[in-house]
Design a protein around this ligand. Structure first.
Ligand code: F6P
Length: 544
């Protein structure tokens, strides 16, 4: 991969110049000037309709940004990504989550061995899942499993829980719980709800060394052996890990360890055996559709020209707002409760990947990188934080995501939901001028004095940018495609920002520090810290 400082490219210089023309930019005016603006700035890939036209851009912006992607070597980088080059250089690893959803018959020769390994591990997982679901694999007491507890954190939790929640309409009669936080109270609350006799525990940890996961797994195993018996552990506990030795030492039967590969990062691993709990909850057919949807987006990203390429254009919008408008964050607003964990999932995927301040040459970057991701489903979020988007002082580009068809036949609800989804983006774009606000107040019968008083508060500046992602229907296939779309957006941003998107050294530091403080807590020795930390440690110690 070429290491190019984006700010030193010709395209960047052109973008800086181009941006100077945006002082008086008005989306209303742009739509008035050009009746085909929406058509020109909307990308369609089968069931995905992505409308970029309510963004603060013109067609020239798109051309300049696309030129930036080209100049930063995106084409070559995509090739390196899909052919297994060691693009995660600081960890000396390839980045091949795409191989997890590549059918063997369409695999490039450079990654055929990865695809073969992925297929083999998927088949092992599918066989296990099918056997649990059809009652071939039974509990220690010869019963059918009816509950699964997923024990994992970060990528070993957020992806599976997000997808499982998204696919509630596809779930079978298995009940799933997710335990992630090291908080003992959370574990206790889950244990209260489950019957150890019919529960399968899936320990998901690539390293099998993560403090939270091992603590939770140990507590749950102790609880289980007290309630059932020690020799039942091998039937009720399975592991997804690349550290077979540690998993065996924990008491997992060798045949019940499902491999993970070092060429798949934690936050991109939901397609692998990390998806075990999801597969148990929705069945292997649906899980395969999820993979197929992701593969469809992989092909789109690999093959479609940058100007028409959905993940590329989404990434370029982020660069535009982050580096030219100096926007700090991006809101993700899914208009469906099914996607209520999508913002949290994307927080890890995006912020752990692109929250980096050192470029690929090891130098401090001189420009902004990774943006802050946040969000909640609409319409709830309209009644929470939309005030700030409409009338606050910050520019907050937002993704509005919805599905044209609802899962159940409730047209009254769905039409209202979609009316809000559509109306909000229009309102954020148009705003309300002083004149319009005045007319509204007059219409409502307010007196002259009241109008004078209220008018400043009733004006909306508008020009709040949104991208509408309208998908035909929520299915395992479209969810797979949506998640892969964001994965490739992350990749594209990382290439242009010239950073390594696939390591996470910042998180490692936190893990080491917590271990040191734990020793202080356990030994009640508080020396060696600043006065604030010592004070907090003492206060905590005095209450425990
Ligand atoms: O949060 C840091 C991290 O390394 C993530 O990247 C990963 O998903 C998570 O910890 C869990 O790690 P493991 O699967 O090894 O337990």
């Amino acid at each position: 991969m070429k290491n190019i400082n984006p700010t030193e490219t010709n395209a960047w210089l052109k973008l800086e110049k181009h941006f100077e023309g945006f002082d008086n930019f008005s989306l209303r005016e742009e739509f008035k000037k050009d009746a085909s603006r929406a058509e020109k700035l909307t990308l369609i890939d089968k069931d995905f309709y992505v409308d970029f036209s309510k963004n603060l851009i013109t067609e020239s912006t798109r051309s300049h940004l696309t030129a930036l992607a080209t100049e930063c070597g995106l084409k070559e980088a995509i090739n390196s990504y899909f052919t297994g080059a060691v693009i995660n250089a600081t960890e000396k690893r390839a980045v091949l989550h795409t191989a997890l959803r590549t059918p063997q018959n369409s695999a490039d020769s450079s990654v055929i061995s990865n695809v073969n390994d992925a297929t083999e591990s998927k088949q092992k997982m599918f066989k296990y899942v099918d056997n649990v679901l059809n009652g071939t694999t039974l509990t220690a007491h010869g019963k059918k499993f009816d509950t699964v507890v997923n024990i994992g954190i970060g990528g070993s939790d957020l992806g599976p829980v997000m997808v499982y929640e998204a696919l509630q309409a596809y779930k079978n009669d298995m009940t799933l719980h997710f335990v992630s936080n090291v908080e003992g109270d959370h574990v206790e609350e889950v244990l209260k709800k489950i019957n150890p006799e019919t529960t399968l525990f899936v320990i998901v940890s690539k390293s099998f060394g993560t403090q939270e996961t091992l603590t939770n797994a140990t507590t749950i195993r102790n609880w289980f052996t007290e309630k059932i018996r020690t020799d039942a552990v091998s039937k009720h506990f399975i592991a997804v890990s690349s550290n077979v030795e540690k998993a065996v030492n924990f008491g997992i039967d060798h045949t019940n360890i499902f491999p993970m590969f070092d060429w798949v990062g934690g936050r991109f691993s939901l397609w692998s055996t990390v998806g075990m709990s999801v597969a148990l909850g929705i069945g292997t057919k649906n899980f395969q559709s999820l993979l197929d949807g992701a593969h469809e987006m992989d092909n789109h990203f690999k093959n479609v020209d940058f100007e028409q390429n959905i993940p590329v254009q989404l990434a370029l919008m982020t660069i535009w707002y982050n580096n030219f408008y100096r926007a700090q964050s991006e809101a993700i607003i899914p208009y469906t409760q099914y996607l209520h964990r999508l913002p949290a999932y994307l927080q890890q995927a995006i912020m752990e990947s692109n929250g980096k301040c050192v470029d690929r040459d090891g130098n401090s970057v001189t420009y902004d990188t990774g943006n802050i991701i946040w969000g909640e489903p609409g319409t709830n979020s309209q009644h929470a934080f939309f005030q700030l988007i409409h009338q606050g002082t910050k520019l907050i580009p937002a993704h509005f995501i919805a599905f044209a068809k609802a899962k159940y036949n409730q047209p009254d609800h769905h039409n209202k939901l979609m009316a809000n989804f559509i109306a909000q983006t229009e309102a954020l774009m148009n705003g309300k001028t002083r004149n319009e606000a005045k007319k509204d107040l007059e219409k409502s019968g307010k007196s002259k004095e009241e109008i004078e008083l209220l008018l400043p508060f009733k004006v909306f500046e508008g020009d709040q940018p949104t991208t509408t992602i309208l998908i035909d229907e929520l299915t395992p296939h479209s969810i797979g495609k949506l998640v892969a779309m964001y994965e490739h957006k992350i990749f594209t941003e990382g290439i242009i920002w010239n950073i390594y998107s696939y390591d996470q050294w910042g998180v490692e530091l936190g893990k080491v520090l917590a271990d040191a403080v734990l020793e202080n807590i356990e030994n009640k020795e508080y020396a060696g810290h600043d006065s604030s930390t010592t004070g907090i440690l003492k206060r905590f110690g005095s209450l425990n």
